[in-house]
Design a protein around this ligand. Structure first.
Ligand code: NAP
Length: 277
């Protein structure tokens, strides 16, 4: 069994990102809007800020109280839209329940939509258009598979999870790469029946240990997208690594698999937005 190592691939792509930065006449800035103080959001933002500083991109971390109103938050997003010193915007999700997530995301100017989640970008990546910003997790997985020469073309791929943020963009990306895609979710009656058909199994659920040996076809590639924080410093994925390791042909571990690629892909999106201006 081989390890699909996102840290190696991320590090290999950093040189390219730095090279692309030298072609710009300015240093791009990513606005990161955080509402409230969720520990997981703070940890994800820390990783993004560290990456930004590593490649030489500026970030503007705008942190607001959890009690902020939807109107006030939209005004902050719109302020970033018209600020010429800001080139990309992300709103760290999830948002508090009193705020309608779609209203905030769709307030982002699609030309600054670094997460690729606005309605306009969503339509474009669903259509498989080139002129879209693809959500970072899907883009990161595409690049991870490509680095390891794992071709999606014509392959049976099963994606578990159908959220707008993760599962659906991944499924759309695989479809756009000409895979034959099955999407499973919490109402799928026999998960193992669907997952064992897959040459490439991509799991994006958030339930540690959900995927065991019985779910994996011999030699399959298993991409574990799930991240569950067990303690402040310890993360686990959705795949029971010990159970699956003798059956799978390759596995992306957690941590060190999809996570680093997602952060890298976000900044690749940012540079694409800069190029488009
Ligand atoms: P989510 O919105 O909670 O969606 C979870 C999905 O899993 C839903 O589609 C749900 O089905 C499905 N599901 C739940 N229980 C299931 C079961 N027993 N069998 C099959 N499917 C089941 O979560 P999310 O935002 O998509 O995130 C998923 C995971 O990815 C989380 O662990 C998150 O932390 C992680 N994540 C990782 C990265 C990264 O870079 N590695 C980036 C973003 C997110 P229903 O639709 O039927 O409810």
């Amino acid at each position: 069994m081989n390890i699909i190592d996102g840290r190696i691939v991320r590090d290999a792509r950093i040189a390219n990102l730095k090279e692309r930065l030298t072609t710009l006449s300015y240093i791009p800035t990513l606005a990161i809007i955080q509402v409230g103080d969720r520990t997981d959001s703070t940890a994800f933002i820390r990783a993004k800020k560290t990456f930004a500083s590593n490649i030489g991109v500026k970030e503007n971390h705008i942190k607001v109280e959890e009690s902020i109103s939807q109107r006030e938050l939209i005004d902050i997003v719109k302020g970033c839209n018209i600020d010429p010193t800001i080139h990309g915007i992300i709103v760290q999700l999830p948002l508090p329940l009193h705020i309608e997530q779609d209203a905030i995301i769709d307030a982002i100017d699609p030309r600054k939509d670094a997460d690729g989640l606005t309605a306009i970008n969503t339509k474009r990546w669903l259509e498989g258009r080139e002129d879209c910003v693809m959500p970072a997790t899907a883009r990161g997985i595409r690049e991870l598979l490509s680095y390891y020469h794992i071709d999606l073309f014509g392959k049976p791929v099963t994606v578990i999870g159908r959220s707008m943020l993760v599962g659906k963009p991944i499924a759309a990306m695989c479809l756009n790469e000409n895979a034959t895609v099955t999407v499973c979710h919490s109402k799928t009656p026999n998960l193992a029946e669907e997952t064992t058909k897959a040459d490439i199994l991509i799991v994006a659920v958030g339930k540690p240990g959900l995927i065991q040996a019985i779910h994996v076809k011999k030699g399959a590639v298993v991409i574990d997208v799930g991240i569950t924080r067990i303690t402040t410093d310890s993360l686990v994925g959705d795949v029971n690594f010990e159970s699956v390791k003798d059956i799978a042909g390759a596995i992306s571990p957690v941590p060190g698999g999809v996570g680093p690629m997602t952060v890298c892909a976000l900044f690749e999106n940012l540079l694409d937005l800069c190029k488009a201006v």
